[in-house]
Design a protein around this ligand. Structure first.
Ligand code: URA
Length: 190
């Protein structure tokens, strides 16, 4: 149990009906999160895009396919890990989430992390990294590093898969190297 929610199901039910921020009226559905609720490895992205808004599942579009393939490269499947976002509703036109939206959605993410209690939290891109590490340092500096997090867990920031798709070859090599760091951190944590 976390401070605000009696159970993971109670958390999900409340999030799915959320009207706490200006994204609620324009979403098709809340994209709560997916995967193993007892995972050692959790990914946190930025926010749903059009495909996720339509299907209700995070990272199912082009960026999601790349994420799924990088997860496969370290010997895991989507069912082994948990995948969530900083904001759970699609910002219109895929704009960046606004601070008021991030603040309103934060208790859901914090409670997800609290219930799942992952050993490794991978932040995908700047929004998740800055939020969870409470830093202004950007992803290009932090990517691939292990950052101390709460309860003995670590945060490993990696490039957002959309940025990897945009930037191509060198960025893909960096992402692959960062996933090796993730695999090692997981092995050392068990
Ligand atoms: N980008 C994100 O940050 N999250 C998703 O769920 C999809 C794309």
């Amino acid at each position: 149990m976390t401070a605000e929610f009696a159970s993971f199901d109670a958390l999900r039910i409340e999030a799915l009906a959320c009207t706490r921020c200006p994204l609620a009226p324009t979403r098709t559905q809340v994209v709560f999160g997916v995967g193993n609720e007892h995972a050692d490895l959790m990914f946190v992205g930025e926010g749903p895009g059009a495909d996720e808004d339509r299907t209700g599942e995070p990272f199912v579009g082009r960026a999601g396919k790349l994420l799924t393939s990088l997860i496969g490269d370290i010997g895991l499947t989507r069912a082994d890990v948990y995948i969530a976002n900083v904001v759970k509703c699609r910002p219109p036109g895929n704009r960046d989430p606004h601070p008021v939206e991030i603040d309103a959605c934060r208790p859901y993410l914090e409670a997800q992390i609290g219930f799942i209690a992952p050993k490794v939290v991978v932040t995908l891109g700047n929004f998740a990294t800055k939020l969870l590490l409470d830093t202004k340092v950007g992803i290009t500096k932090l990517r691939g590093s292990r950052q101390p997090f709460r309860d003995g867990a670590v945060v490993i920031p990696v490039l957002h898969p959309s940025a990897v798709l945009r930037n191509g070859g060198a960025a893909l090599a960096q992402a692959r190297a960062d996933f090796v760091v993730i695999r090692r951190a997981l092995a050392e944590s068990s």
